[in-house]
Design a protein around this ligand. Structure first.
Ligand code: 5RP
Length: 215
């Protein structure tokens, strides 16, 4: 599967134009994209990173990491996903970086999602849906998610996000209306963000393979 991830990451380089500041996601597929980006680093102005993990890898390659407040809107965001449906709506947050990922996706004109074939699903929800919560609201949010969605929230024990918050993973969902579920979970006080990218889906999905499939 890592070969498929590498092929997807390498293909995404075709979307990088000279002089760009590139939004960069998080995860093992994105790591391949960052390594490929390093080969053309003299052609770009820098990157906006969605996590400490990606920041470290970008800096290791000598790619400048910039603050989104200073760059303004971005032309391109490249990130992975845990699940992707036929409408390019995603579940993300397996790496607990969903909030910053969502911010950069929103700030970007084009969101290119890079996945291996196993991430493609007809209906989202088999992968437990990550929700970032303020620590004091953990139990409140879990009760409300259960009541509103019927899903089973499980605290991702031992994980603290880059924003010092916690993650609930919601199991046993079949998300037939991802836009509605995203909105409903977002409204619970204490939710920082939910790992459903439905209101703002990907624009392009690259499925790694020989050759890569571009959707
Ligand atoms: C991190 C994410 C990742 O994009 C997602 O978990 C996919 O990771 P990988 O490329 O390692 O399979 O959303 O929060």
């Amino acid at each position: 599967m890592s070969e498929a991830k590498r092929l997807a990451g390498e293909k995404a380089i075709e979307y990088v134009d000279d002089g760009m500041i590139v939004g960069v996601g998080t995860g093992s597929t994105v790591a391949f994209f960052i390594d490929a980006l390093a080969r053309i680093k003299d052609r770009i102005r820098g990157a906006v990173s969605s996590s400490e993990q990606s920041t470290q890898r970008l800096r290791m390659h000598g790619i400048e990491v910039l603050d989104l407040n200073a760059t303004g809107p971005l032309s391109l965001y490249v990130d992975g996903a845990d699940e992707c449906d036929p409408h390019k709506r995603l579940i993300k947050g397996g790496g607990a970086a969903l909030t910053r990922e969502k911010i950069i996706a929103e700030a970007s004109e084009k969101f290119v999602c890079i996945i291996d074939p196993a991430k493609r699903v007809d209906v989202l929800g088999k992968f437990p849906l990550p929700v970032e919560v303020i620590p004091m609201a953990r139990s409140l949010v879990a009760r409300q998610i259960l009541a509103k969605t019927g899903g089973q929230p499980v605290w991702r024990d031992g994980v603290v996000t880059d924003n010092d918050n916690l993650i609930l993973d919601v199991h046993n969902l079949s998300i037939v209306d991802p836009v509605a579920v995203e909105a409903a979970i977002n409204q619970i006080p204490g939710v920082v963000s939910v790992g459903l990218f439905a209101r703002r889906p990907a624009d392009v999905v690259i499925v790694g393979g020989e050759p890569p499939l571009v959707l």
